[in-house]
Ligand binder design. Structure first.
Ligand SMILES: Nc1nc2c(ncn2[C@@H]2O[C@H](COP(=O)(O)OP(=O)(O)OP(=O)(O)O)[C@@H](O)[C@H]2O)c(=O)[nH]1
Ligand SMILES: [Mg+2]
Length: 294
């Protein structure tokens, strides 16, 4: 417990930087001009990537939950998450933003979300205007990539690191759909250590401000418990319960040795995290429906 508290406090360093406060305020201001919200969550962490500030920001607007990066997540778990998050008022769509036909999927889903507005306009004899949707979510979840893929051009900047988008930008992606790109937003305090760790492992927080050894140990514990075969196959080491011993074994197996003949643990930690994020350990989901109480 004490360890957890220490980790949690370390994990609270400055990850709600000034640009996020500004983004939150601007999103609230833009809300009047928006018909609906596309809430992107990472399919590997559908619970931890749910932003608690969002309810405050988006209020009662119709919402589509979009689970991104399904190609990186455990397919069995993704199915469980879709079933758990879908209900009469919320549609859930799970996609590989890079490969799936997101134009058609998002167009159809947004029209379904805005059915009432479209029908109202038709009844009044007005040609339905383009749907305006604000795309929101944690950093690095794929918001800007989604917008570029639907628009079929590089309308906004996107890259594999958190904090790329810094301002709100409207993009007319198709004749019937306008999307508002927004900066990824976190929240000032993670009540639950698990949430901070999941965001860290999957790359939503800059590594420079993270206690990487603890993040690595957290990830290792999960893999030992739920994905031992994938872990063994990737690193070719015998599995033991102690995550730190596992990291040592990886360092030794890979020949990560410092000039003083000690194991180079920093290098092993960085390689381990990179292998996870680049999918070399296979498709991993970091939290399950039954654990989170969703
Ligand atoms: N494998 C995979 N990669 C994805 C998917 N969606 C997005 N990416 C990658 O995720 C990275 C981050 O994408 P961005 O679109 O910049 O993320 P963002 O949500 O706009 O991030 P911020 O602007 O920092 O908030 C890019 O390298 C994308 O190629 C997906 O479904 N699968
Ligand atoms: Mg972006």
């Amino acid at each position: 417990m004490k360890d957890n508290e220490q980790n949690a406090s370390k994990l609270n360093i400055n990850w709600f930087p000034g640009h996020m406060t500004k983004a939150k305020r601007e999103m609230q201001e833009k809300l009047k001009m928006v018909d609906m919200v596309i809430e992107c969550r990472d399919a590997r962490i559908p619970y931890s990537s749910k932003n608690p500030l969002l309810e405050e920001i988006i209020q009662q607007k119709p919402r589509l939950i979009l689970l991104t990066k399904i190609d990186k997540a455990d397919p069995v778990r993704t199915k469980e998450w879709i079933d758990c998050l879908s209900n009469d008022t919320t549609q859930v769509l799970a996609v590989n933003v890079l490969k799936d036909n997101v134009v058609s999927l998002i167009t159809t889903a947004s029209q379904e979300c805005m059915k009432a507005m479209i029908e109202r306009q038709k009844r009044r004899g007005i040609n339905p205007r383009a749907i305006r949707a604000m795309v929101v979510g944690i950093p690095n979840v794929g918001k800007s990539t989604l917008i570029n893929r639907i628009a079929n051009k590089k309308a906004v900047q996107a890259a594999d690191r958190p904090g790329v988008t810094r301002s709100l930008t409207w993009v007319k992606v198709t004749k019937g759909l306008e999307l508002l790109d927004t900066p990824g937003v976190l929240w000032p305090k993670f009540e639950d250590e698990h949430v901070g760790m999941c965001l860290a492992v999957t790359g939503a927080i800059r590594d420079e401000i993270l206690p990487l050894e603890e993040v690595c140990a957290y990830a290792m514990r999960h893999l030992i418990q739920y994905y031992p075969q994938q872990l063994k196959e990737r690193f070719d080491v015998e599995i033991v319960d102690d995550p730190y011993v596992m990291i040592e074994r990886i360092a030794a197996r890979r020949g990560f040795i410092k000039a003083n003949n000690q194991l180079d643990m920093d290098r092993a930690i960085q390689r381990f995290l990179r292998d996870i994020r680049d999918d070399f350990v296979g498709r991993i989901t970091w939290e399950f429906v039954d654990e989170t109480g969703e």
